[in-house]
Write a protein of this length. Structure first.
Length: 710
């Protein structure tokens, strides 16, 4: 699947980016593109224009002071991992960075992009909240500083307003007596966390903070004057007391208990946690000695730069992602040869290489950054060419597998792959070799475990990994292996600079988004978005059962109570035709569907069931809702909802069940509020749910559809 058409503007500076956001109110910032790229390719996000901030010099600065380090938003995860920029702690940030995604993702993904994206399963929000970081924001109304904890408002929701840019994050230096514990539980190396916990303990100052993430809500921050218990049962109780049923499971308690134990690990042991004076993990690579990063490559032998070759538009121009009315001119050096071409901004680099330059050694598998088949070098470092847009690579040096024909190190790897039977169909092999070549240069001392870890982002569907790992190990073990060469291109490195702290934001934070009833009246049984999920919900309404039932019976009023939903046909028609527009973070879905609705007036209960389709993302959803109104002794009523839903397509592929469930909970909370208002004769709120959460996700969509569809 390819991205929908969009315009593209590259900002020269932060001020220019702010102007571009005013000029393109429907525009969206793109930094590393490692979260937005997959969403664009899956058509879950369809912005009119992308404002690229990668070239803004202010966002590539950092400042180290006695009490903090400030990172410009454009500093990459890999630059923190490598120590290219300072770490205010004794290696804690480097360790956390190392656990984010895969190296090719870390090479382009930025700390600012990760914070602003507010994925509830992301690493930085949890780690930086534990360290009491603050974010700096610039926008049409000026600059402000805000605590990272108050910045988060919900899944994919932050305090960022229209036209605002997150410019920097300030991380205070921890006390020398502080200790750090970290535990990320994920299905495999490089995947998003299923549970994440960080503990920062400073016994001398009697401050203890733990932050638990991947709970599909803003990170849960718990402060204590006494040390946390490493006992699993205590961790369970701690989480259960602060989160609604179903939001934090045993896996979160396990992560928390492990993080506490990690913080208590003996300094100097294998654990990189522990005392602030202890060094970073032995698993961490040493910082680049020259501050220019360890990933360097030589000019490509056998290739002359020469003058640029103009790349013609392919006949018909309708193939791949090259079509579309908007065009931009790019100049690229590919395998030592300069090219100039007009491309549609939505054309990703892999399609450009394959379809326009006929460099078909770069393969395409998933097209959303997961499989690694498309890995190439961009400015000397590995990157996923399926989620790097060609327009965003203007001026870059690209090296594909074809560009390694005369490379001695690559030839050694190729030989080892052959000897060790490290390939069968060869589909993954170009990406695998580029990643292996990068390991040989960047981590020449890697043992088997590290090699496996480093290759976790390259999937092989047929060979199995033993031969591949052995082949890489063979080359690393060979004392005569060709030496790594230096990259001669112009890659811009982060620059030390004085950075001015904006005034703190003294505005009162809005009330938090609606939360599941902590008394446990909400029951969520997520089964993953791709599987059927069930949510039951009960809410009390002051209106009498008769009035509430009459409101539900009035189909236009009932539909109006659901944010984003509208009737697409007569209210009396069966099936009922509905539309639902949902949005969460950069994701947007517009579902159209049909629903069968039935009411049982005697029992004051009913059913809605149906299916809906979002043609843009090619996602479908089906579901059913049962509802019942009962009276309370006080003369009010209770509304019970039971929802079963299933989503298929890219939304299901991309989203995670608990996020969808969390969004649905918020949607239902607003729906219930609106029904109560309608029953009381008050105006229904069309505003997004509190906390700035402009919700709805795939899950939502599905719920909605079920709701109004079926
Ligand atoms: C396969 C895969 C695995 C991953 N695994 C993990 C993981 O384990 N842990 C983890 O934490 N992350 C993971 N990620 C996400 C990765 O870390 C991203 O790099 C990061 O979340 C987003 O950073 P970015 O610079 O690429 O942002 P982009 O994708 O460019 O932008 C993301 C969003 O933030 C907005 N934005 C970007 N910069 C700014 C800014 N300065 N101000 C305001 N808004 C801004 C954009 O408009 C967009 O909505 C993974 C990604 C992939 C593809
Ligand atoms: S990571 Fe690019 S095709 Fe799979
Ligand atoms: S060799 Fe077939 S996918 Fe790896």
């Amino acid at each position: 699947m390819k991205a929908a058409s969009f315009g593209y503007s590259r900002a020269r500076s932060t001020a220019h980016a702010l102007e571009l956001l005013v000029e393109h109110p429907e525009g969206r910032l793109i930094a590393g593109g490692q979260s937005l790229g997959p969403m664009l390719n899956l058509r879950l996000a369809r912005p009119a224009t992308l404002v690229d901030i990668r070239a803004c010099p202010e966002l590539r600065r950092y400042e180290e002071t006695p009490d903090a380090v400030v990172y410009g938003a454009g500093i990459t995860h890999a630059e923190i991992e490598d120590g290219t920029v300072p770490d205010p702690s004794p290696g804690w940030l480097r360790r956390a960075a190392r656990n984010i995604a895969y190296r090719a993702i870390r090479n382009r993904g930025t700390i600012g992009g990760s914070i602003a994206h507010a994925d509830p399963a992301a690493d930085w929000p949890v780690v930086l909240a534990a360290l009491d970081a603050e974010v700096w924001i610039e926008g049409p109304d000026g600059a402000r500083a805000e605590s990272l904890v108050s910045f988060y408002r919900g899944p994919f929701a932050t305090s960022l307003g229209e036209g605002e840019i997150l410019t920097a994050v300030r991380v205070p230096r921890p006390s020398p007596t502080a200790r750090f514990g970290y535990s990320k539980l994920a299905a495999k190396s490089g995947e998003f966390a299923q549970a994440l916990a960080v503990v920062v303990e400073d016994r001398d100052h009697a401050t203890h903070r733990t932050v638990v993430g991947a709970i599909e809500r803003p990170p849960l921050v718990i402060e204590s004057e006494t040390p946390f218990s490493p006992d699993l049962a205590d961790a369970r109780a701690l989480i259960a007391a602060r989160l609604p049923a179903g939001a934090g499971g045993p896996v979160h308690a396990a992560a928390l208990a492990r993080a506490v134990r990690d913080a208590r690990a003996v300094p100097g042991s294998d654990s990189p946690g522990g005392h602030a004076g202890s060094g970073p993990s032995s698993r961490l690579p040493s910082p680049a000695s020259d501050g220019a990063g360890p990933d360097r490559e030589s000019p490509i032998p056998g290739h002359r730069a020469g003058s640029a070759i103009a790349v013609a538009e392919p006949a018909g121009s309708g193939s791949g992602s090259g079509s579309g009315s908007i065009r931009t001119t790019i100049r690229l050096t590919v395998n030592g040869q300069r090219f100039e071409a007009e491309v549609a901004p939505r054309t990703h680099l892999a399609d450009f290489l394959r379809e326009r330059l006929h460099l078909t050694g770069t393969h395409l598998g998933c097209e959303h950054g997961v499989c690694g088949a498309c890995t190439v070098l961009i400015d000397g470092i590995p990157a996923r060419s399926c989620i790097a847009f060609a327009a965003a690579c203007d001026g870059a040096q690209v090296r594909t597998i074809e560009g390694f024909a005369d490379d001695a190190l690559m030839n050694a790897l190729r030989g080892a792959f052959t000897r060790r039977h490290a390939l069968q169909c060869g589909y993954c092999t170009p990406g695998m070799l580029v990643s292996a070549w990068d390991i040989a240069r960047r981590a020449p001392d890697a043992d088997e475990s590290r090699i496996r870890d480093e290759l976790a982002g390259n999937l092989c569907r047929c060979t199995g990994y033993r031969g591949i790992v052995e082949a890489v190990a063979d080359v690393l073990a060979d004392p005569a292996r060709p030496a790594p060469a230096a990259f001669s291109g112009a890659r811009r490195m982060p620059a030390a600079a004085r950075m001015v702290r904006p005034a703190p934001d003294l505005r009162e934070a809005p009330s938090p988004p609606p939360r599941s009833d902590p008394s446990g009246r909400l029951r969520s049984e997520p089964g993953g978005v791709a599987d059927a999920s069930a949510i039951t919900w009960r809410t009390e309404v002051s209106a009498s059962p008769e009035t509430l039932w009459a409101t539900l019976r009035d189909v236009p009023r009932m539909v109006a109570a659901l944010p984003g939903a509208e009737l697409a046909g007569p209210a009396e028609a069966r099936p009922l035709r509905l539309r639902l527009v949902t949005a969460i973070g950069p994701m947007r879905a517009s579902f159209a569907g049909e629903a069968d609705v039935s009411f049982d007036d005697d029992a004051r209960s009913g059913r809605i069931g149906g299916r809906a389709h979002d043609p843009a993302s090619r996602s479908t959803s089906e579901g059913r809702v049962r509802f019942r109104v009962t009276g309370t002794p006080a003369g009010g009523s209770e509304l019970d909802l039971a929802i079963h839903y299933r989503i298929r397509g890219p939304l299901a592929q991309f989203s995670r069940g608990p996020v969808v469930d969390a969004v649905i909970e918020q949607l239902l909370a607003r729906f219930a509020e609106n029904l109560a208002a309608a029953a009381a004769g008050e105006a229904i709120s069309q505003a997004p749910p509190p906390g700035g959460v402009r919700l709805l996700l795939a899950g939502l969509g599905s719920v909605l559809r079920r709701w109004f569809t079926r």
